[in-house]
Design a protein around this ligand. Structure first.
Ligand code: ZN
Length: 320
């Protein structure tokens, strides 16, 4: 039983690793319908048109229609299927130069992102109530008012210690309020620009992966651009999962969250990195965890910079 399961798993992994085969060239001679040259093979060497150019029927009409947005060619569905069946191997294939069979990364992300945005909008995810429901109101106005009650706005030349303390206290409260306001604005921007936010996050992940996975067994020394391309495909894969999750969520909640649970995205990262970089299971798990830690560190540093900027502003205000 166990041996059987093991054999099955081995067969699946062997299949996952194998790149998609390109169709063999035919040995028949064809006259190109486009340029009139006679050739042997699947595509005309002169103009590139396929040997297989049948009369326009309903299916080809649909494909011509989809081609308006560049969707009819290069197998969008094949790419999305591969992003689940063998994501890391497929991304590796693409980076290594097997590109013709796949839909390009940014284009795939754009299509999935657009469908996500349409479904999210239709299900009310972008409505003001939904955004309000997802964010805890901070009551900034009250806090600032409360702060301004405590201290006089003008400072006398010989201010007593008490007045000075009150002034510092007021300043601190204002700074915290300002910091919270920036955070809230940043959070709301992220909420309203889901796809951009996800893309930005994945670009940061690409920068970290470039260092963390640079000595990988399967694809050592990938450059930053290659890591970004890999991460764009991963972002797309997660977009499809978020879309599917949202469709399940819709009947049960007034507004869908539009995000996937944290553990699910961690496991997806692990699954993708395992196949793409080829480290062992524990090694990949540790490196994925490290990716998360460094990402949170990057966010922390970003927030720290905002705090320093506010402090600097307060300092300038105090001196001025
Ligand atoms: Zn031709």
């Amino acid at each position: 039983m166990l041996a059987k399961a093991k054999r099955l798993l081995t067969r699946i992994i062997t299949w996952q690793k194998r790149p998609i085969a390109v169709a063999k060239n035919t040995s028949e001679e064809t006259t190109c319908k486009n340029c009139g040259d006679t050739f042997v093979g699947n595509y005309c060497p002169r103009c590139g048109q396929s040997r297989n150019t049948p009369r326009i029927g309903s299916w080809s009409a649909i494909s011509i229609f989809l081609d308006t947005w560049g969707l009819g060619t290069h197998g969008l569905l094949r790419t999305i299927w591969n992003l689940f069946a063998r994501p890391g191997y497929m991304i590796g294939d693409y980076i290594e130069g097997r590109r013709q069979l796949y839909f390009p990364p940014f284009k795939t992300l754009f299509v999935v992102g657009t469908i996500f945005a349409i479904v999210f909008t239709l299900s009310g995810g972008f409505s003001d109530e939904a955004i309000k429901a997802r964010h805890i109101p901070l009551n900034l106005e009250n806090r600032v008012e409360e702060a301004s009650d405590d201290a006089p706005t003008t400072v006398a030349q010989d201010e007593s210690e008490k007045v000075r303390d009150a002034r510092i206290d007021k300043q601190a409260k204002e700074d915290i309020a300002l910091f919270e306001e920036y955070l809230k604005k940043y959070d709301e921007w992220r909420d309203r620009n889901r796809v951009m936010d996800q893309l930005a996050m994945h670009v940061i992940f690409a920068l970290i992966a470039w260092r963390i996975f640079r000595k990988s067994p399967r694809h050592p020394r990938l450059n930053i651009a290659e890591n970004v391309i890999a991460q764009v495909y991963i972002c797309t894969q997660m977009g499809v999962v978020a879309l599917a999750y949202m469709l399940i969520e819709i009947p049960f909640t007034p507004y869908p969250s539009g995000t996937i649970p944290g553990l699910a995205s961690f496991l997806l990262f692990f699954y993708d990195y395992k196949q793409l970089y080829g480290f062992g299971i524990w090694h990949t798990l540790w490196k994925t965890l490290l990716m998360y830690l460094l990402f949170f560190l990057a966010v922390f540093v970003f927030l720290l910079l905002i705090v320093i900027a506010i402090g600097f502003r307060a300092g300038v205000a105090a001196v001025g």
